[in-house]
Each structure stands twice: as C-alpha cells, then as structure tokens.
Design a binder for this molecule. Structure first.
Ligand SMILES: Cc1cc2nc3c(=O)[nH]c(=O)nc-3n(C[C@H](O)[C@H](O)[C@H](O)COP(=O)(O)O)c2cc1C
Length: 194
C-alpha cells in the first residue's frame, strides 16, 4: 500500500497515535469491500459512548456501497461531497432522537450523538478504517427517503472505508489532501484556565 498518503496532526504535546493519525480523507478505495470486523467494532464503540442519563439518543442508518440504501443516502449528499464520498465502502447517517418516550425534549440529544460519532471515528481509525463526516447533505431528503419522524434529526453523514490511490483522484482533491491540517492554538480555546 505504498501509495497511501497520511496527514498526521503536528500536535504541541503527545496524544494517542489514533488522534494524531486520524484525518478526513477524500480519497477512498472505490473497490475495497468494507472491513466488517473493524466496522462492527466502530459501531460497538459508538454504542458505548456516554450520554445524558444513559438515554443513548443516537440512531444510525448504515448504507453499504452498492445497496439501494446507499443510493438513497448518496443522492441526499451535496454535489461537492458526491464528488468523492460515493467511493467509500459505506455511508453512515448519524441521527439524534430529540424526544424522550414521554414526548419531552432531550436537551443533550445532539451533544450525545456527536459523542457517539466521535467514539465511532476513533475506533474506526484504530481498526484501519478511514472516515470523513459531512454536514453537506439535504436533511429533509434523508427524512423523506427513510420516512423519519420529525423527532429524528439527521445530523451528519459519515463516509467510512479504505484509503484509495491519490493517482486516481482529481488534482483539486489531491491538493486538498496534501494540505497540512491546522488547528488554532489551545490558548484561544481556553476561555479561562486558572
Ligand atoms: C459535523 C461535520 C460536518 C462536516 N461537513 C463536511 C462536508 O460537508 N464536506 C467535507 O468535505 N468535509 C466536512 N467535514 C470535515 C471537516 O471539514 C474536517 O473534519 C475539518 O476540516 C478538520 O479536518 P480533519 O478531520 O482532517 O482533521 C465535516 C466535519 C464535521 C465534524
């Protein structure tokens, strides 16, 4: 796999390898079947994410490439994401169930679902899968295609798969892939650090 590029974070202090080495690729192998074992572990990690009062408000649509479900999720992506995300072995829609059983709102549903997505991502990368989350999709189209009740809010679509050959990607995508990843300094994040 000599063609595989990596884009590790240049961290100021050490972090777990998986955090530094995870990045959001746009170059997936369009022929690689999904590593089901690694994928099952990523789903399991999401399952064990913490949530407010253990409400576990996340719901997922798993769409493996080649299925009708995949076609429906792919059609809901915005064009700039359709340009590359269809190559991933699977698309996973992360959805928050925003109401409790009694109809009262679940104020942390979105927070918790993001946390489940983060757990999924870290486990996926540790298992050799690449991921790329997308907010660029038509939420209403997902809701309509899958007959989702209004309480279910699609939040993100995650492309999951195996790194592809940059030689097969457009120049624009290759350039974006090679751009160093950056973050603002931690000091700008810490509003107070007593
Ligand atoms: C909620 C969310 C929505 C995103 N939406 C898109 C998107 O629609 N298209 C895209 O190419 N990248 C999208 N990204 C990827 C981010 O641009 C990327 O995570 C960020 O630039 C940091 O890069 P890194 O993940 O490689 O560290 C999204 C990421 C998240 C978490």
């Amino acid at each position: 796999m000599s063609f595989v590029v990596t884009n590790p974070a240049q961290t100021d202090v050490p972090v777990l390898d998986v955090f530094a080495q995870r990045w959001s690729t746009r170059i997936f192998d369009a022929t690689a079947p999904l590593d089901e074992e690694a994928f099952a572990s990523a789903l399991e990690a999401a399952r064990w994410a913490p949530s407010a009062s253990n409400t576990q408000p996340w719901r997922l649509i798993v769409a493996r490439r080649g299925t009708e479900t995949h076609a429906k999720v792919f059609e809901a992506l915005m064009g700039f994401n359709q340009a590359w995300a269809g190559d991933a072995s699977a698309l996973v829609v992360f959805i928050a169930d925003t109401l409790r059983e009694d109809g009262e709102p679940l104020p942390w549903a979105v927070y918790d679902t993001g946390q489940a997505a983060a757990f999924f991502t870290v486990q996926a990368h540790a298992g050799g899968l690449a991921t790329h989350q997308m907010g660029g999709f038509h939420r209403d189209q997902i809701s309509e295609s899958f007959g989702l009740d209004a309480r279910l809010q699609p939040l993100a679509v995650m492309a999951v798969g195996h790194l592809g050959d940059p030689a097969g990607a457009s120049e624009q995508i290759r350039e974006r892939e090679a751009t160093p990843r950056t973050r603002r300094p931690l000091a700008e994040t810490l509003l107070t650090d007593d």
